[in-house]
Ligand binder design. Structure first.
Ligand code: UN1
Length: 497
């Protein structure tokens, strides 16, 4: 067998080894004996070099006309499209989710790249009348500088693309630090950007741990922007560190998303949505439907059907087309799920299915856990309050829409929610009342599209949104420009009184 490939960092347009001389392993979570590749175990010195390269490259990149920057992104999008299948396969090997979903992840990166490429010819500002004669007013977007992008393992190409593409189209340069579990997909994205013609130093990739790469990256004086997707605990740290030097931060963190099932809902549809939202990506999405609040009038029927479907889900290696649910990302994540299932049982939640690690043929070498449903949950139970990030769904009975909304909003997070109902009045009321950044009607909580703002309220985020034109608001700053062509001193607020 050929020795496993050693992947390098990308700094200042060169593929280089870490100055540490060390590497770490990228392992297949469906088969811990399969080494996907070896990556650079980078350190603060590598980070410093990447930031210096990005700072230098910024001088020229900010002046490249945005439509020209867009042309490079258009090329990158086409290259991603051409390699979609290979990229998806490699992603399933390192991340575990099923091929259909990794194709979706790559597609999301393609969509975002095309979308932001187009922004090269938009990035519209405003022109507006002045309060004074012979004076012209406008606002334009300006780039900011070096952006540090710290990305998670659950969407290892889509999320890096959500951050990289708007950063680039606005004229910033980038240092990417991908999650340690899934560096290959981000590496592939960077390689495609290089092939598409991104100039040296504009995009840099430094792989490694949070403490050895992420933490020093946040402390670099020349980093002006930090975009982070991950846990709320780490997000809090990122926020504190960045506050010291007023770096702009965009934080996307936890969720405890909810589906509300009303008594008039089409139950088949609601069950489909609960299965897809709860167990798609093995429940490892920030948008996962980890709670389902069901009207008591249909509670029994819904729960029976839901559990029946959850039991039948086929878990296994995501490369197998029969498989519907892959493994968890690693053993630590599996232990976290086991811990929460114990908590749920001790709190008195009713374990309706699952509740154990999958063992036996095809499972022993990976981090597989059975799709798990807790019924009769009290909304205050920890399994109904805290993000688990695994295939565990808590079903909570309720009486009517108002109580459903109260329960739905009764968590610290606010990313995504949805309602299943045939009643337009209920749908609109929930649409207004749910305190989440994303809301669906008769669809599950997952599946956001790239041209709408993505992000959440409360402890899910810090008020920013990713994707869509909303992303441009983070990756650029407004500059207001006044042109006085009167040939005399005109004093605002005074000479127009
Ligand atoms: C995430 O889990 O962090 O809306 C992102 C969705 C996907 C993105 C999820 N398009 O579920």
């Amino acid at each position: 067998m050929a020795p496993p490939k050693v992947y390098k960092n990308f700094i200042d347009g060169e593929w280089v080894e870490s100055t540490s001389g060390n590497t770490f392993d990228d392992i297949n979570p469906a088969n811990r004996h399969e080494l996907v590749g070896m990556f650079q175990k980078s350190n603060a010195r590598d980070v410093e070099m990447a930031v210096a390269a990005a700072k230098e490259a910024y001088k020229a990149w900010r002046l490249v006309p945005a439509p020209k920057r867009g042309e490079i992104l258009f090329r990158a999008a086409r290259l991603l499209l051409e390699s979609k299948e290979t990229l998806a396969e490699q992603m399933t090997r390192e991340m575990g989710k099923v091929l259909e979903e990794t194709r979706g992840d790559v597609q999301e990166a393609i969509d975002m790249t095309f979308y932001m490429a187009g922004e090269g010819r938009r990035q519209f500002g405003q022109t507006t009348p002045s309060e004074l004669q012979n004076k012209f007013c406008m606002s334009v977007r300006s780039p900011i500088g070096v952006a540090a992008l710290i990305t998670p393992w659950n969407f290892p190409m889509a999320i890096p693309s959500w951050k990289t593409m708007p950063a680039l189209i606005c004229g910033n340069t980038v240092v990417l630090k991908p999650a340690q579990d899934t560096p290959l997909s981000t590496y592939n994205l960077v390689q495609i950007l290089e092939e598409a013609g991104v100039p040296r130093g504009v995009v840099n990739l430094v792989t490694g741990t949070g403490s050895e790469v992420g933490a020093p990256l946040l402390r670099q004086a020349d980093v002006r922007l930090v975009s982070f997707t991950g846990s709320t605990e780490v997000g809090q740290e990122v926020s504190k560190v960045c506050a010291a030097s007023f770096k702009h931060t965009c934080l996307e963190m936890g969720g405890k998303n909810v589906i509300l099932v009303m008594d008039d809902a089409k139950l088949d549809l609601a069950v489909d949505g609960a299965v897809w939202g709860g167990f798609g990506t093995t429940g490892q999405r920030c948008t996962a439907a980890s709670r389902v609040v069901v009207d008591r009038k249909v509670y029994r029927e819904f729960t029976e059907r839901f559990v029946e479907r959850a039991r039948r889900l086929k878990a296994g290696n995501g490369l197998d087309p029969e498989v519907q649910m892959g493994p968890l990302i690693n053993e630590a994540q599996l232990s976290a799920v086991e811990k929460y299932v114990e908590i749920g049982k001790n709190e008195g939640a009713k374990l309706l299915c699952g509740g154990q690690r999958l063992t036996g043929d095809g499972y022993d070498c990976g981090a597989f856990y059975a799709p798990t449903v807790f019924g009769d949950c009290d909304p205050k139970m920890r399994v109904a309050q805290e993000e688990i990030f695994g295939p565990v769904v808590s079903v909570i009975p309720c009486d009517g829409l108002d109580e459903a909304i109260d329960i739905g909003n009764g968590v610290v997070y606010g990313l995504s929610s949805s309602i299943y109902t045939q009643d337009v009045n209920k749908a609109f009321k929930a649409m207004r009342e749910m305190e989440t950044g994303i809301f669906y009607v008769n669809a599950s909580t997952i599946g956001a599209e790239t041209h709408l703002p993505f992000g959440g309220t409360k402890q899910t985020g810090n008020g920013h949104r990713e994707a869509a034109t909303a992303a441009l608001d983070f990756y650029s700053e407004w500059k207001s420009i006044y042109v006085d062509y009167s040939g005399k001193l005109q004093r605002a607020q005074i000479d127009n009184a």
